[in-house]
Design a protein around this ligand. Structure first.
Ligand code: G16
Length: 543
């Protein structure tokens, strides 16, 4: 084995987005494309000698190849040890858990999350820091800086390592340990939740469907739900990770998990349904006849946190991304704990959790989690709901309705306009920004605009500023229209329109969400010139 320095040329466009670098597989397959990005990570870290790194991914196409490349490059940079999940598999939350538990200096996550996989799909790479969470912007900016000036990378000419056998190996001076991808994570879940109560629930005939969407949550769900908790075999469907996710879009929302939602709508539906995404950090919660919005799920978890042993001492605070509905804010107010509003991106929660300022975090994009790790955690949310169902003895729909009756209902929807021409999307945002100074105080379609701005976040821990994080138009009755461009798409631009309307009156809690939000949607279209500028007459995806 020899270490080589290889000359290379910089690629443009290797700027990490909302969550790491995500591109088409074909782009990653260009010679040295991955190597350049990995070298840029290592250049940013500086001296890697003696450090421990955790590496794993969601099993999508290119995952195994990428891991071999990273192992050889890590060995060439003097890492003392790399922990890698068996088969190259580690869900994003499990990687965060392993980094924290084993005291690693960081981790590399290989995933494009909810984006489709396979040779024609997407791939992604993200660096996580020693707290187990996504690197903050100052690090991702530095990585991007390195990608622009890179001239060489260092690697070993070692052969391929067998990733399928648990145990130790060595590349150059570096130890490699292939670990069970589930064990550490499952043990942590056992500490947080009342497994005995959930086990008793299943033993009593409670039925559930968990859709792994042929992505990485399958092995975790099989081991925890059907293994440790005794749910009948067949509870987990699509539970084998496939390199192309079986051709499906592993995004757990009512559109991409329509089959599960349909199954939950029939008369003899299972008691509980759930789904997770490509890398198992997202979750969708479905009851018999009801899909719970992610914002409501966070609010309900917060209001009932004490049912789970890990949260009996109470929660310190909640954080939600700006576009997420304000339902959690009402719970925080009742609990007399702070609620922080951050930009979109899990990385913004890390400082708040590290500083002990919040316990629970969540986003409208089907992400929920807590300070047990520093990533959102799909199965964690599902286990929380199971714990709540076991403790309350009530069905999902009753819990949701009771929550609305107590706190009011935040009607909520996100309209995505995908693969829009980038210039048109930028122009739409500029057009909105130009109107902001004059909107406050105006009465439009019966709504009085209370606040109109382009969201700026000042991190209360380190004082860093993130600006241009989305245009928000907030009405005096609490209704909101939010526009932003996605930072995770790989084709053109994706315009996200978020709509929220608050209803205190229980008699008004039974409307279909799109009907309740139709007025706001029409107003949003008028303000942004959405349909005219995009040439679309409806969103690509409505959740
Ligand atoms: C990522 C981020 C989330 C974000 C989501 C959507 O999730 O971690 O914080 O909410 O993307 O971002 P955007 O609206 O910019 O597309 P994931 O599950 O894709 O890693």
């Amino acid at each position: 084995m020899t270490i080589h320095t290889v000359n290379t040329t910089a690629f443009s466009g290797q700027r990490p987005g909302t969550s790491g670098l995500r591109k088409k597989v074909s782009e990653f397959q260009q010679s040295a494309y991955l190597e350049n990005f990995v070298q840029s990570i290592f250049n940013t870290l500086g001296d890697c000698a003696g450090q421990t790194l955790v590496v794993g991914g969601d099993g999508r196409y290119f995952n195994r190849h990428a891991i071999q490349v990273i192992l050889r490059m890590a060995a060439a940079h003097g890492f003392a040890k790399v922990l890698v999940g068996q088969g190259g598999i580690l869900s994003t939350p499990a990687l965060s858990c392993v980094v924290r538990k084993r005291g690693a200096s960081g981790g590399i996550v290989l995933s494009a999350s909810h984006n489709p996989g396979g040779p024609d799909g997407d791939f992604g790479i993200k660096y996580n820091i020693a707290n187990g969470g996504p690197a903050p912007e100052k690090i991702t900016d530095a990585i991007y800086g390195q990608t622009k000036v890179i001239t060489e990378y260092r690697t070993s000419d070692a052969g391929e390592l067998d990733l399928d056998v648990i145990g130790g190996a060595r590349i150059e001076q570096m130890d490699v340990e292939v670990i069970d991808p589930v064990a550490d994570y499952a043990a942590l879940m056992g500490e947080l939740f009342d497994f005995a109560a959930i086990k008793a629930l299943f033993a009593g005939g409670f039925t559930m469907r968990f859709d792994g969407m042929h992505a990485v949550s399958g092995p975790y769900a099989h081991a925890i739900l059907e293994g440790l908790l005794g749910a009948p075999t067949g509870t987990v469907i699509n539970g084998t990770p496939l390199e192309d996710f079986g051709g499906h879009h592993p995004d757990p929302n009512p559109v991409n998990a329509a089959e599960l939602v349909a199954l939950m709508s029939v008369q003899d539906a299972p008691d509980f349904g759930a789904a997770s995404d490509g890398d198992a950090d997202r979750n969708m919660i479905v009851g018999r006849g009801i899909a719970v919005t992610p914002s409501d799920s966070l609010a309900i978890i917060a209001a009932n946190a004490g049912v789970a042993p890990g949260y009996r001492g109470g929660i310190k605070g909640i954080a939600r991304s700006m576009p997420t509905s304000t339902a959690p804010d009402r719970v925080a107010q009742a609990l007399k704990v702070p609620c922080y509003e951050t930009p979109t991106g899990w990385k913004y929660f890390g400082n708040l959790m590290d500083a002990g300022m919040v316990t629970l975090c969540g986003e409208e994009s089907y992400g929920t989690g807590s300070s047990h790790i520093r990533e959102k955690d799909g199965l964690w949310a599902v286990l929380f709901w199971l714990n709540l169902l076991a403790a309350s003895g009530k069905p999902v729909a009753t819990l949701v309705r009771e929550h609305w009756a107590r706190f009011g209902r935040n009607y909520y929807s996100r309209h995505d306009y995908e693969a829009v021409e980038s210039v048109a999307a930028e122009e739409l945002m500029t057009h909105l920004r130009e109107q902001l100074p004059t909107l406050a105080g105006q009465v439009i379609d019966g709504y009085t605009v209370d606040l109109a701005d382009d969201f700026v976040y000042k991190d209360p821990v380190d004082g860093s500023i993130a600006s241009k994080q989305g245009v928000r138009i907030v009405m005096t009755d609490g209704s909101r229209i939010v526009f932003r461009l996605s930072g995770t798409g790989t084709e053109g631009a994706t315009i996200r329109l978020y709509l929220e309307r608050y209803e205190r009156d229980v008699a008004m809690h039974d409307m279909p969400a799109q009907e309740a939000l139709a007025g706001l949607a029409a107003l949003a279209d008028r303000l942004a010139g959405l349909h005219q500028r995009t040439g679309r007459d409806r969103p690509t995806v409505t959740t």
